[in-house]
Design a protein around this ligand. Structure first.
Ligand code: ADP
Ligand code: ASP
Ligand code: MG
Length: 393
């Protein structure tokens, strides 16, 4: 008998019929005698719709009230999912994040899980009741409801799996698993059968939306195997574990992030250090850093943080210029820089866009390219061909 945490994403719960479909998946394992804990996202586009409503009413969509609003999405799903299981004669009970003691930091809309108290989860399991937990939410030490950032239900799932020392955490989504490139950009991207926590973590931080990065961090720390799979097919999906990628492809995947801006700063020597210190203290979040000397740097920041960042730089800099519409493309693979052909291939791909490549940097696991957003699609498509990231057939 195994203890399985199953998380269903928004598309897997978009309609009552799909909730029933997902509940049948859980019921199958429960009937086999496994203990199952369900984590749910909000139905379909509910979270986006709630955000859009808030934006029509207020400029301030980051605080307490926003979290009260957003948690309503997962609350709806958890009750409906529980009802679906009950109607299949399976005892189930829904719980909010707060009810199962998911204690978080107090940063509204981007809280981090600090600990799980979890008594009600354990009680339910002891009584043979399947807990259905609202993902993406928790409660701060000050007893305020919080959310974990977009896509945060994955993090609830791996945190609950870690707390319960589950045998596996299954993430059900609308694609077959983790692909070597975003399937919306490379339609025939190769499905990765197995990937290490480290590589997956890099993929998540580098823009692959399929798994929330914090979720992978937690699974790695507590050694919880994650299976990313489709709600709509029987495929084996992708296993994320400590094991090295057995497929021996020179490159594991390619990802990109956009909605970024590049701030080019010239400042008297010494000021840059002080500026960077203030930026990190204020949590402004520098994404990428191009150093052309200690008085001349470029930093990449999320577009939405640009104004905040600008107000900070004014006192420190002699000149500031901004490039909007920036993207960072990251090519990932263990030991990527040891294969001498890889860099050569990348240079062949980006040669055409030479003037708009702002930086090329490497480390043991990845190579990153800073460029303009309009080139992302072309560079990723061409690199996917070079690195055999497409399906063979
Ligand atoms: P869910 O609602 O199930 O959590 P998400 O929308 O958060 O689903 O994540 C799944 C989506 O991630 C897919 O539909 C796909 O478009 C996108 N995606 C981006 N990069 C990748 C990738 N490398 N592999 C798989 N999916 C990816
Ligand atoms: N419903 C939340 C979102 O859309 C959390 C999640 O789906 O994981 O971001
Ligand atoms: Mg998601």
């Amino acid at each position: 008998m195994a203890l399985i945490v199953k998380k269903f994403g928004g598309t897997s719960l978009a309609t009552p019929a799909l909730i029933i479909h997902s509940a049948k998946n859980a019921a199958k394992d429960i009937r086999k005698g496994h203990q199952v804990v369900i984590i749910v996202s909000a139905m379909g586009r509910t979270t986006n719709d709630l955000i859009s409503k808030a934006e029509q009413i207020s400029d301030s969509t980051k605080g307490r009230e926003m979290d009260m609003l957003l948690t309503a999405g997962e609350r709806t799903s958890m009750a409906l999912f529980s009802m679906a299981l009950n109607s299949m004669n399976i005892k189930a009970q829904s719980f909010t994040g707060s009810q199962v003691g998911i204690i978080t930091s107090s940063d509204h809309t981007k809280a981090r899980i600090l600990k799980i108290k979890g008594e009600r989860l354990l009680d339910a399991l002891k009584e043979g009741v399947t807990p259905v937990v609202a993902g993406f939410q928790g409660v701060s030490e000050e007893k305020e409801v919080t959310t974990l950032g977009r896509g945060g239900s994955d993090t609830t799932a791996s945190a609950v799996a870690a707390y319960l020392q589950a045998n596996i955490c299954e993430i059900y989504t609308d694609v077959e698993g983790v692909y070597a490139a975003d399937p919306r950009i490379v339609t025939n991207a190769r499905l990765i059968k197995s990937i290490s926590y480290d590589e997956m973590l890099l993929m998540s931080y580098s823009g692959s939306k399929v798994m929330h990065p914090r979720s992978v961090e937690i699974a790695r720390r507590f050694n919880i195997p994650i299976s990313v799979r489709s709600s709509f097919s029987e495929g084996d999906g992708t296993m994320i574990t400590n094991n090295k990628n057995i497929e021996e492809n020179e490159v594991t995947g390619i990802c990109s992030r956009d909605n970024l801006a590049m701030l080019n700063l010239k400042a008297p020597k010494g000021n840059v250090v002080e500026l960077l210190r203030q930026m990190s203290e204020n949590g402004t979040g520098i994404d990428f850093f191009i150093n052309k000397g200690f008085d001349n740097i470029s930093v990449i920041v999320e577009q939405e943080k640009l104004n905040n960042m600008l107000s900070m730089t004014e006192n420190f800099c002699e000149s500031i210029s901004i490039n909007n519409d920036i993207a960072v493309i990251t090519i990932i693979g263990a030991g990527i820089t040891e294969e001498k052909d890889i860099l050569k291939k990348i240079l062949t791909v980006i040669k055409k866009y030479d003037e708009d490549i702002f930086s090329l940097s490497t480390n043991k696991l990845s190579i990153s390219i800073v460029t303009k957003k309009p080139y992302v699609q072309k560079i990723i498509s061409e690199a996917s061909k070079q690195f055999k990231l497409e399906q063979n057939d």
